[in-house]
Design a protein around this ligand. Structure first.
Ligand code: GTP
Ligand code: MG
Length: 197
């Protein structure tokens, strides 16, 4: 899929204030600093459409980006960020779950996992939650530039084997690097396929 246009539309923490157009949308979720905002920039070939930072906790709101005037990419705050206060964490979690449970336009979520990390409870619990709510999701392994090809293969295989202990079927999964531009065609191809249905 060719990205002809990509524009920021709105940021907010209330699902009712998200864009009203009934366009399909795809949301990026995962731990703080895993590379959600960077991935949105890589996928859209825009340097700073979504704001990124080396410090976790950069994205704090639900951000809608309109792509090719007919679908949305949604950048979300990270979960599992230890340095925010307990009450901020609760508010965060509430509006994220409101978003997932109420947003009719959501076609699919992408759960981002740092390819270097072993399966972490917070990610597994989040996938479990999506499963319980019957929200379709895929896994995106990020920062593949940090590992050699053999290690990439091994890490993905180990992660998938771990998931198969709890899941009968594996979700679609992708390997990406925002700095080396790996995985762009695969993720955009998946979006194009599911967008047409
Ligand atoms: P929050 O908004 O805080 O939840 O973080 P995020 O998941 O949006 O992460 P963000 O895209 O801001 O990136 C976090 C850090 O990881 C930044 O320093 C990025 O430059 C770096 N990063 C993101 N993607 C990649 C990647 O593919 N490779 C490498 N090497 N670094 C990356
Ligand atoms: Mg971000």
């Amino acid at each position: 899929m060719k990205i002809k246009s990509a524009e920021f539309v709105v940021s907010n923490s209330v699902v009712e204030k998200c864009p009203q157009q009934p366009l399909p949308e795809y949301a990026f979720i995962g731990r703080s600093n895993v590379g959600k905002s960077s991935l949105i920039n890589m996928l859209t070939d825009r340097k700073s459409l979504a704001k990124t930072s080396g410090r976790p906790g950069k994205t704090q709101l639900i951000n809608h980006f309109l792509i090719n005037d007919n679908w949305f990419l949604v950048d979300l705050p990270g979960y599992g960020y230890a340095r925010v206060s307990k009450s901020t964490k609760k508010t965060f979690q509430k509006f994220i779950t409101n978003y997932f449970e109420q947003r009719q336009q959501l076609v699919s979520a992408f759960v981002l996992i740092d390819i270097r990390h072993k399966p972490q409870p917070v990610d597994l619990e989040f996938m479990q939650y999506l499963g319980e709510k019957e929200i379709p999701f895929s896994i995106i392994f990020t920062k593949a530039d940090k590992l050699k090809p053999k290690a990439i293969e091994r890490h993905v295989e180990e992660y998938c084997n771990h998931l198969l202990r709890f899941w009968e079927e594996l979700p679609p999964h992708f390997v990406t690097s925002s700095s080396k531009k790996i995985g762009q065609d695969e993720v955009l191809g998946f979006i194009a396929e599911t967008n047409e249905e």
